[in-house]
Design a protein around this ligand. Sequence first.
Ligand code: NAD
Length: 498
Amino acid sequence: MRDISHKLAFAHDGKAARYSDVFDPNDGTVQARVALGDAALLDKAVEAAKKAQPAWAAVNPQRRARVMFNFKALVEKHMDELAHLLSSEHGKVIADAKGDIQRGLEVIEFCCGIPHVLKGEYTQGAGPGIDVYSFRQPIGIGAGITPFNFPGMIPLWMSGVAIATGNAFIMKPSERDPSVPVRLAELFLEAGLPEGILQVVQGDKEMVDAILDHPDIGAISFVGSSDIAHYVYKRGVDNGKRVQAMGGAKNHGIVMPDADLDQVVNDLSGAAFGSAGERCMALPVVTPVGEKTAIALREKLIPAIEALRVGVSTDPDAHYGPVVTAAHKAKIEDYIQMGVDEGAELVVDGRGFTLQGHEEGFFVGPTLFDHVKPSMRSYQEEIFGPVLQMVRAESFEEALAFPSQHQYGNGVAIFTRNGHAAREFAARVNVGMVGINVPIPVPVAYHTFGGWKRSAFGDTNQHGMEGVKFWTKVKTITQRWPDGGGTGDSAFVIPTMG
Ligand code: NAD
């Protein structure tokens, strides 16, 4: 049995008191086991980080950026290897695995420009002989805790910005697909990153709690499901840390009567079923506006869904592969049953799907529900599988209300040819990321990623300038250089510049 261990700045025998199975979702077998670390291991990683970080923070930003340039080239060189590794543990198809890594690399490209971003601000002559300037300094030691569904992109969102801004960073990947972050850390070392600046510790709740309680970790970035995000946020903040914690999602696609339905069906097929629906920016809810739109959309959607090809993750013709574990497959199928029990119409049933030669794989066929109501639990909760729920709306106002009133507020999309409706929707919808004729509105790396409501706890987003703010503290200097002679009078009132 292959063991997956940590990537640490000190010698470690890779052994652990506890292990967790890592599956091959294509055929349901256990392909490896990952060592689960504990508080003692984290202590050692923090000690190594503490030793390395001051010198790294003192490296000028241009040189730090050069490591990012080198790293980008190395990841591009190893793209095939990384994508296969990612796909073999996660189950997403190879082309999608490359997209996962590529979206993370785009954040690294943003980090290549870190000297420009860290220039700071300066006011000359803020008062008589007084100048004021401010600059950003690293937090010191940061940590990242990531979900299973983007094992390339999300570790790179966090580690890239944290490292480029001069921090040491400790990464705790999902125990379900833990290998890619280890490989990325190796490539960072090859790119010239000093030992101790990026370490990977493996683990589950025990390791997460150790990170949350460690006095020397100053900032924690978390991405995962909402209840755990909320827990991480509360415990981290109680311990005096800076915390950003992204949670679950239930994104809606609003289809206006004037939308190009063929394009919408194409967009929905990819956005609802790509990566087996295991994306926080998937579109698992479609809301056609008006009866006519609903009937026409349904007619076009059914054959498109039935034509989707589910296959092993290495099948180049597959639209999507297996879900991550047997437990997750069972959870998705339970939600499908819940939808049936709640009275929604099951139009296409993906349960019981088997792939010849891979009967034990964690496959779920594409599923479509119609006549789903906002009062249903299967609508209110995140399913995170290849299940599309149609929630019909009578009017624009009703369609606007569904995502706005939902507990999650990650992403939303509107499909229309009407600029006024789109503009109105974008301004009024109570959701953090909006697509206008764009089904998966994941912002580019130099903007920022983050949802609203129970999709994110804390007030700074991932990457872009928000990421830079999260991983740094601002320091403001007020300076006066008197020209000598005489001492001023003591001032007993608060100084003003007036
Ligand atoms: P998860 O919440 O189960 O796990 C996330 C991390 O938390 C993992 O590293 C895991 O080891 C750790 N963890 C699990 N249980 C814990 C516990 N009881 N205490 C402390 N830590 C614990 O999430 P997942 O299933 O790996 O990922 C899917 C979820 O992530 C979905 O809800 C999805 O919407 C969400 N997600 C959100 C975003 C976003 O940006 N909003 C992006 C990607 C995924």
